[in-house]
Design a protein around this ligand. Sequence first.
Ligand code: CO
Length: 141
Amino acid sequence: MLTEIDHIAIAVRDLDAAIDWYRDALGAQVAHREVAEHDGVEEAMLSVAESYVQLISATRDDSPVAKFLDKRGEGLHHVGYRVPDCAAALEAMVKAGATPIDDAPRPGSRNTTIAFIHPKGSFGTLIELVEEPEAEGSGRP
Ligand code: CO
């Protein structure tokens, strides 16, 4: 069911400072940057081979990421797993007893299709299922 770790998401307070630090300390480059106003989040995707580190920060005080930062501080926020079929993966996880946050797949950043699974019942980790858009000639299986 899983084809790759799509991204490891890390919540940070200052997105630009975190981008600079990842560039200076690890040589990681920003591949994509996007604001999802609906979720109150700004993200920067840093390339690591075929996967990403996703730095996320809040765009408003009442967003879920802002609440996470208030409660838990900066650090690991969720793990995104790449799957060929988000709906099928979501159904399989729910069948296995996982608690969905999204009842059905929805649009994510980079034209992906995503669904979140609650950390409760998933051994404490927020899980995101990520289906990539149909890309011609991406070379990926
Ligand atoms: Co994510």
